[in-house]
Design a binder for this molecule. Structure first.
Ligand code: SAM
Length: 278
């Protein structure tokens, strides 16, 4: 499975949904509870998991734009959303969905966020959101995005940003060396500048506070157990591939590390909800 393949996103979606912070979800729902309609921009949407996890928190009528640079992921999103909805209708490029009494209008945009975010923001979005994305983006990107979101007085919801905490069960002495190498790999340029990696969470909060936003943060760690065996195995494999690419861990240590049967894993994530001051 490649880093952002639809198979990988499918595998992680149930763990992501389970991990989301209920406290932050409640704050999102409360913020928009008195509205009838909301316009939402979902950055780096992949196959649409963020919409599926967030729609139930939002008003009865929702207008979504899903953006990703991967056309295959957006095709998969269209299919997954049709399968998820109670009823669906395709009108040219627009998908109309009914789900649990809500009406969703969804459009899709193939775009490179590194160069096209400002253009995409140029619409009356009331909520800008993303899941599992900002650790891939640079600090400059987060700074510019927060400024642009604040200029529009939109709310901001970043779910499942990796925060650098990682533990394996059982623990092995090489785990720390592997995690350090993994973070060096993570903080390379992933297409949106040199990735902020584990620093992204703090940077998001700092930037939105600078713009006078109130920022709430909640824990959304994966706490994986034996029943998550496939996800744990894929995590170990992805970890090893990243470390072998970046180097700094000798081959024997790496091979021995991969062979350890893991029965659990903790992967730290943070959910952030930021709203403009009055
Ligand atoms: C870890 S996935 C998260 C996908 C989805 N939000 C989810 O929670 O399942 C990261 C997504 O970012 C997208 N992405 C990465 N760099 C991008 C860029 N420069 N422009 C647009 N999308 C990008 C990838 O294609 C991928 O779908």
């Amino acid at each position: 499975m490649s880093e952002f393949s639809s198979e990988w996103l499918d595998l992680r979606e149930p763990a992501d949904a389970r991990a989301r912070s209920a406290e932050i979800a409640n704050a999102v729902a409360a913020r928009f509870a008195l509205r009838d309609e909301l316009h939402i921009l979902d950055l780096a949407s992949g196959t649409g998991a963020n919409l599926r996890a967030t729609a139930s928190l939002l008003p009865k009528k929702q207008v979504w734009k899903l953006v990703d640079h991967d056309a295959d992921a957006l095709d998969a999103a269209r299919k997954r959303l049709i399968g998820w909805a109670d009823a669906s209708e395709i009108d040219n490029e627009t998908l109309r969905l009914e789900k649990d009494g809500r009406d969703l209008t969804v459009t899709f945009s193939i775009a490179d966020l590194a160069s096209e975010t400002n253009r995409l923001l140029d619409a009356p979005w009331q909520l800008v959101t993303a899941s599992a994305f900002f650790d891939l983006a640079s600090q400059d990107y987060i700074r510019a995005l927060s400024k642009a979101v604040a200029a529009r007085k939109a709310a901001f919801y970043a779910a499942l940003t990796y925060n650098g905490m990682r533990q394996w069960v059982p623990h092995r002495p090489a785990d720390n060396q592997m995690t350090a190498a993994f973070h060096r790999h993570q903080m390379r340029d992933k297409g949106v500048g040199v990735a902020a990696g584990p620093m992204a969470v703090a940077h998001i909060a700092d930037q939105f506070r600078l713009h006078g936003y109130t920022v709430l943060e909640g824990d959304s760690a994966w706490r994986l157990e034996r029943s998550d065996r496939m996800l744990i195995e894929e995590l170990v494999r992805g970890h090893a591939v990243a470390v072998s690419e970046i180097g700094g861990v000798d081959d024997k240590t790496l091979l021995d590390w991969v062979k350890v049967p893991r029965t659990g894993a903790f992967v730290g994530h943070t959910d952030t909800f930021a709203v403009p001051g009055s």
